[in-house]
Design a protein around this ligand. Structure first.
Ligand code: MN
Length: 495
């Protein structure tokens, strides 16, 4: 996965000429110091780049124009150290195409009680300077994140970090290509959606290839490549005895390695950031890609099963947002329930395709029959998932807009071994509780496919939704069903 330090957030400070050169010089010094401190802090994954103070409509317009076309700028951070009459910002904000964070901070933390005079007051007036900027942004209905607090405060850099990560995910979507092998699973509703609208609103394209094109790529894989990958499997995983070299099902492991290598080269060749497949369209493939999908996700590709391109794109974006963080992100499906009173939980899994980035310990590499698809037994990685706070995120097409639904959950240790379950799996308890969480999810029309994340916060996804113009619905510890029903109603009205 990419290093996010290749990306920049531009730190732009607004002012005006009224104060004279000396004040503007101090404004610039202070802004540079803040930008550098945020840049050098360990928390924020992108570069924070100080930009010269803007004091006229033309300067603002040209700087925002430059930000729009910069390939490395993922967003802008604005701050009004002094007063910056906001009509100056209209033309610039009208053309702004990058995410905006409005940092409402102040150079000094404390009021210098014994020293304060009118010079100090004129220099340090973001308390009202930022209100002026906030007004014009609201009047123009500019989507943005507002972060309030002293710039050295951990909470402030933590919020900027989440926004910057979301902006990297958004940046990654722009111009991204996703490939679908085959169409949607027949008759399934929630995995469908408007791909034209997605490209218009969300910036990524989804196009199909007949599975035969993939088969061709797989057939070009050499024996040497297959041997190397089989060795890698043996090094990284606990191989089932029958899959070991010279044993009865080694040929199946070789076939899985061939599929993974071919699929990977197809994705690289087409510059794709993710893919979907479907067990209903596997002509010429001997196995449904199992371990291939699992390992390609771990390499950073998005994946959605049964033609689910929206989840594939979401998995990719969340993997970009999570770059460098401990923990992982995976395609997931709510599979089956445990309804024991007081100990309710969800078992999440898929037929095969759970990303090993969320594995707890060394996965085992196994082969088992697959009840559907009519193909040979597929090789897959089997593992449990680390416990702790996590969330499920789902993106659905409501017909006239896309909705991003998030449920915070607690992943728990399986209370018993699952010796006969031949797939990777995770158990979680949804917040605020099983009944409310599942009711809210179903009322909001959330999909059975999700991205399960151990390291992306709901705040980060809320920022992402703001940037992408997605409706954002959160189910967390505070969710109240009556309030949620109203929210869903109001969201439709306000659309
Ligand atoms: Mn599925």
């Amino acid at each position: 996965m990419n290093n996010l330090k290749q990306y920049e957030a531009w730190f732009i400070t607004g002012s005006q000429h009224l104060y004279g050169e000396e004040t503007l010089r101090q404004v610039a010094d202070h802004s540079r110091e803040i930008a550098q401190a945020l840049d050098q802090g360990l928390r924020i994954p992108v570069k924070i780049v100080f930009k010269p103070i803007v004091t006229t409509p033309d300067e603002i317009y040209h700087l925002i124009q430059e930000a729009n076309t910069s390939g490395s700028c993922i967003g802008i951070i604005t701050w009004m150290h002094t007063f910056s009459p906001a009509k100056m910002w209209i033309r610039g904000l009208q053309i702004l195409q990058k995410p905006l964070l409005h940092l409402h901070t102040q150079y000094n933390r404390d009021i210098p009680w014994s020293e304060i005079d009118m010079d100090f007051m004129n220099l340090n007036q973001s308390a009202h300077g930022d209100r002026e900027f906030g007004f014009i942004a609201s009047r123009m209905q500019i989507k943005r994140k507002v972060v309030v607090g002293y710039w050295k405060d951990e909470k402030v850099s933590a919020q900027i970090n989440r926004w910057a990560r979301a902006a990297c995910g958004w940046h990654d979507w722009q111009g991204a290509r996703f490939v679908r092998f085959g169409d949607n699973m027949r008759q399934v509703a929630v995995t469908e959606g408007d791909k034209v609208e997605a490209e218009l609103r969300l910036g990524y394209s989804v196009n199909t290839h007949g599975v035969g094109d993939l088969v061709n790529a797989i057939n070009e894989v050499s024996d040497k490549q297959i041997d190397l990958l089989c060795e890698e499997y043996a090094d990284n995983y606990t191989l089932a005895t029958t899959l070991q070299k010279g044993k009865s099902q080694y040929a199946s492991l070789q076939e899985a390695a061939k599929i993974e290598t071919g699929l990977h080269s197809f994705l690289k060749e087409g510059n794709y950031k993710g893919f979907t497949d479907t067990f209903e369209d596997l002509h010429g493939l001997k196995q449904l890609p199992g371990i291939a999908s699992q390992r390609l996700m771990a390499k950073g590709y998005g994946f959605g099963a049964e033609g689910d391109w929206k989840t594939a794109a979401l998995v990719r974006a969340m993997k970009v947002m999570a770059t460098g963080l401990p923990g992982g992100n995976s395609f997931m499906e709510d599979y089956t329930y445990h309804f024991e009173p007081g100990n309710e939980m969800v078992l999440g899994a898929h037929m095969l395709e759970i990303c090993e980035s969320i594995a707890d310990g060394k996965p085992s590499c196994e082969i088992h029959p697959l009840g559907i698809g009519g193909k040979e037994d597929p090789v897959r990685l089997v593992f449990n998932v680390a416990t702790g706070p996590a969330l499920n995120a789902s993106i659905v097409d409501m017909g006239n807009h896309f909705r991003l639904l998030v449920n915070e959950v607690e992943a728990i240790k399986p209370p018993h071994p699952l010796p006969k379950l031949p797939v990777a799996r995770v158990l979680w308890k949804p917040y605020p509780d099983m009944q409310t969480g599942c009711t809210a999810w179903i009322l909001a029309g959330g999909a059975h496919h999700t991205c399960f994340s151990q390291n992306i916060s709901s705040e980060c996804l809320e920022d992402f939704a703001t940037m992408a113009g997605l409706e954002f619905v959160l189910i967390d510890k505070k969710t109240d069903l009556r309030q949620l029903k109203n929210e869903l109603r109001w969201n439709v009205v306000c659309k």
